[in-house]
Design a protein around this ligand. Sequence first.
Ligand code: HEC
Ligand SMILES: [Cu+2]
Length: 333
Amino acid sequence: MLADASSSLFFPPEQSTFAADVDGLFDFIYYLSAFFFIAIIAVMILFVLRYHRRKGHVEQPSASHNEVLEITWSVIPSILVGFIFFYGFTKYLDMREPPDNAYEIQVIAKQWSWQFIYPNGADSDELHIPVNQPVRFILQSSDVLHSFYIPAFRIKMDCVPQRYTNTWVIAKDITGEGKDNSEHKPYDLFCAEYCGKDHSRMLAKVYVHEQSDFDAWLEDAANYLEGKTPEEGGKLAFEKKGCTQCHSVTGDNSAKYAGPPLNGQWGTERSVIARGASSPENVVMDENYIRESVREPNAKVVVGRKPIMPVFTPQQLKDNEITAIIAYLKSLK
Ligand code: HEC
Ligand SMILES: [Cu+2]
């Protein structure tokens, strides 16, 4: 990031209409603090040199007070702090109030991935938005606290379980990769609230498109299973929905994956503990077991595993996607 010509010392390039204001206020506070830090230390050193205790030096009685000095050191800081408050608060209010015509995207945060759901039902694990248009994000969490943070846009907002929060942005420039022709790389999106073991891997990219390219992308994203065999489509769905975060399809059973490997499992028996039961029972991996594992992961938990698989609601994973995933898992040897 520092190598990028247009980036400042502290931040990536300003890519939203908010960014210049945020950086302006940050710089003001930063240089103001630096100024007073140097001024205070300098005066302190001067006083130490001038007034330190030494032979033949007679102590002065303590001065009672100096009205001009005291008023000066009260009024100047009050004006500075008042300015910081006023500027910060008015900009904060702008950032809280999306315009009525904003395009709305649902954001679902979960351990440890992001899901973005668009008005036409399409969804993605990377964020795609149109350029120069207000976009409002409606944030929710499926499990614990997360925080939706896009440094290039200077926006950050908590995702709180059992509650909706929101934030919005206008992106100033398109990004490269895909059909667009731009020098900007896609921007980073981070989770900025520690949320467990794989918090540091809870990342996504942000792609900003021209409106027409965005519309085309949206259309494709909604119909991504079309024209594919169930196995091909299932593989895509399995990757797109973040199953690969927790399940290997290579037999890798290491601690890197929170869930069991899913290749070669079709038709085999496993030991599970059903909800409320005290002793394990055996079940076979078939269509209904996979469907239940996705819609109600805690109904039966594999012995020796933690019940941490997230629920995938029909909004997050449609029935036809489950059907495709079943075909894919069936095909994995
Ligand atoms: C956050 C990690 C995580 C994610 C993401 C995840 N799973 Fe799981 N999954 C687990 C864990 C842990 C288990 C074992 C405990 C249990 O049975 O709930 C499991 C169990 C399963 C099982 C039963 C495995 C067996 O051997 O009996 C299936 C099938 C499954 N997951 C499918 C999926 C699919 C499909 C997706 C994506 C739509 C997915 N999982 C996403 C963690 C995850
Ligand atoms: Cu998180």
